[in-house]
Write a protein that binds this ligand. Structure first.
Ligand SMILES: Cc1cc2nc3c(=O)[nH]c(=O)nc-3n(C[C@H](O)[C@H](O)[C@H](O)COP(=O)(O)O)c2cc1C
Length: 172
């Protein structure tokens, strides 16, 4: 098992994948990690769609500016905000904010677990939400907010760069 620091260091956006499938047990563990996180009111106002079907991934790739990672990765985890679940308790703030936060926390935890298991992925935000929702026949108001192509890396990312800490952290 990786230390947290190793895990954080190893998590890099990976956009090229080999053809090996994601083992069923690995996907189960990834989904388990995704649902283990915090959520507003512990409502878990998100839905996860694990897309392995190649034809469906090809359609999603087209709805994601043709990003080839979608078609190449053996599994794409589509992380969706379930606004109505959070809205029932928290109103507009739950609908607009908490459900999106719930879904993105789940996505991040899924990615970290995938890395822990020797897999790699990339967070995708650039896609046509309505098109992806249509392709996946999602329930009304279930909004795809992030996608995570997952598989075994076939590229090594370059060095990580970050903005200066002083541009990010505000001290008061
Ligand atoms: C909200 C968000 C949206 C992103 N959208 C895309 C995307 O559509 N396509 C892509 O290739 N990478 C996307 N990325 C990945 C970033 O480019 C990447 O995280 C960043 O360059 C830092 O690299 P690292 O993840 O290796 O640390 C996105 C990341 C985030 C957090």
């Amino acid at each position: 098992m990786l230390s947290l620091d190793d895990l954080l260091g190893r998590r890099r956006s990976t956009r090229r994948f080999g053809p090996e499938p994601v083992p069923v047990e690995a996907l189960e563990a990834i989904l388990g990690a995704a649902v283990s996180g915090p959520s507003a009111g512990n409502l878990q106002a998100f839905r996860l769609v694990a897309v392995a079907d190649a034809a469906t991934r090809a359609r999603i790739e087209a709805a994601a500016l043709g990003q080839e990672s979608v078609g190449e990765a053996p599994v794409v985890l589509v992380c969706c905000a379930d606004g109505p679940v959070s809205a029932a308790k928290y109103g507009a703030r739950g609908e607009r904010l908490y459900s999106v936060q719930d879904a993105t926390i789940a996505c991040m935890l899924a990615w970290l677990k995938a890395v822990d298991l020797g897999l790699a992925g990339v967070w995708l935000g650039a896609f046509d939400e309505a098109a992806v929702a249509g392709i996946l026949d999602l329930p009304v108001d279930v909004r795809p907010v992030a996608m995570l192509p997952l598989g075994y890396a076939s590229e090594v990312p370059g060095p990580k760069t970050t903005r200066p800490r002083s541009d990010i952290v505000i001290e008061r």
